[in-house]
Design a protein around this ligand. Structure first.
Ligand code: 5GP
Ligand code: ZN
Length: 113
């Protein structure tokens, strides 16, 4: 989709700090790091939200989540992780290309340094 910011990252039209990529999904750092290592996992298909996701799209996204979660945990020495997904503006969605947030959590959360 031409105007979609995440499709532009997929197509390398704008920069993104990409952590993982395969045929179906992309994982990259959120531009606004809620905590150190805050990452988004998205399908390469432009799908707006959970209500339009196929089982196949969803399987592709979540099949890489454990691997990325472990990589973030190790790399950033995280103590835990929130995995969240917002759908529709009323639920806080601001980018209308499906994405899962991986938000590492730290015992001492002044760990932005
Ligand atoms: P939502 O609020 O839709 O669940 O999450 C959208 C997320 O996309 C936000 O956390 C926001 O910081 C992130 N975001 C918005 N624009 C960009 C961008 O251009 N690059 C990256 N890497 N993240 C973005
Ligand atoms: Zn898109």
């Amino acid at each position: 989709m031409k105007q979609c910011i995440f499709c532009k990252i997929i197509n390398k039209e704008i920069p993104g700090h990409i952590l993982f990529e395969n045929e179906h999904v992309l994982a990259f750092l959120d531009i606004s790091q809620t905590t150190k290592g805050h990452t988004l996992v998205i399908p390469k298909n432009h799908v707006k939200d959970v209500f339009s996701m196929t089982e196949e799209d969803m399987a592709h996204v979540f099949s890489v989540v454990p691997k990325i979660a472990n990589a973030l945990k190790t790399t950033f020495n995280a103590d835990g992780m929130n995995i969240v997904n917002n759908n529709k503006p009323v639920a806080g969605q601001t980018v209308f290309h499906y994405h899962v947030h991986l938000i590492p959590r730290y015992t001492f959360e002044d760990s932005f340094d």
